[in-house]
Design a protein around this ligand. Structure first.
Ligand code: ZN
Length: 270
């Protein structure tokens, strides 16, 4: 599943093709993904100029000069294909730009989505309205986490996966950041000290930034020629490493929290 770093890499790659460009042709090749494409999608985007791209949580945003933003989510299997030689079966939305680039949104499992949102009302769009701060933005601070965790007996692992606390953090990144910050994932959120949260915030940023850097700086890196989704080859310190030695001399363990695997080392995570 594309996680925040993959979405960020996708947005940066798309920006190299789309930013400042006019969309000259829009082809909607089936009625829906997870939900229907907006019926006015082709009409709104055709002839529109892209004024910028950005990311919110795991959504990509394509802003236009028509005060409307196209918001996409890659779901489980979505990816953008750049200048494909020919349109493939699962290319459900195809955009052409004034410079002749072709961008195809390919989504075999169709858990993704495409929406049109008034740019001025993006913050109030229901999927965005309750989101917490961006993990790479200035809103994520130790003080924010301390407020969000105050009095909470839920584990810090599950609280960090709560999109209302921090937007867009996935399971891998939470496991890795907690290990790097030496915090036990089963600790009650409200019991974690401010000093520990001050260690955690930069580690959350570092693990995300390292993954973004590993994904390269262009969408051509992301949408690899073999057609595989661009999962980053990354040597995780604990994720997927049950039974492996930790650098501290301990052993990586796996527990299940909220129905999902947590990997951690009881030797160094307290
Ligand atoms: Zn350890």
């Amino acid at each position: 599943m594309p996680e925040l770093p993959e979405v960020e890499t996708t947005v940066r790659g798309l920006a190299t093709m789309l930013d400042g460009e006019t969309i000259t042709r829009v082809s909607v090749r089936r009625p829906d993904l997870r939900r229907p494409f907006p019926p006015e999608l082709a009409q709104v985007l055709t002839g529109a100029r892209v004024t910028g791209l950005s990311r919110r949580a795991k959504y990509g945003l394509v802003h236009t000069n028509r005060a409307i933003t196209m918001v996409f989510h890659l779901g489980m299997s979505g990816r953008w294909r750049i200048d494909p030689g020919e349109i493939a079966k699962h290319d459900h939305l195809v955009l052409e730009t004034g410079h002749g680039h072709v961008l195809a949104l390919n989504d075999a499992r169709r858990f993704g989505s495409v929406d049109l949102v008034d740019t001025a009302a993006l913050d109030a769009w229901p999927p965005f309205a309750a989101l917490g701060p961006e993990p790479l933005g200035p809103g994520l601070t130790a003080a924010h986490l301390q407020r969000a965790f105050a009095g909470r007996i839920a584990s810090i692992k599950l609280l960090l996966l709560d999109q209302r606390v921090v937007a867009g953090l996935g399971n891998i990144y939470v496991c890795e950041a907690l290990h790097r910050a030496r915090i036990n994932p089963e600790r009650a959120g409200g019991s974690v000290s401010l000093a520990a949260l001050k260690r955690l915030v930069p580690e959350i940023r570092a693990v995300l930034e390292e993954s973004i850097a590993a994904g390269g700086s262009t969408l051509r890196d992301y949408a690899r020629p073999d057609g595989e989704l661009g999962y980053f080859a990354k040597d995780w310190r604990v994720y997927g490493r049950e039974g492996d030695p930790c650098a501290c001399g301990g052993t990586v363990a796996r527990v299940v929290q909220g129905g999902r695997s947590t990997f951690f080392c009881a030797g160094c995570q307290k």
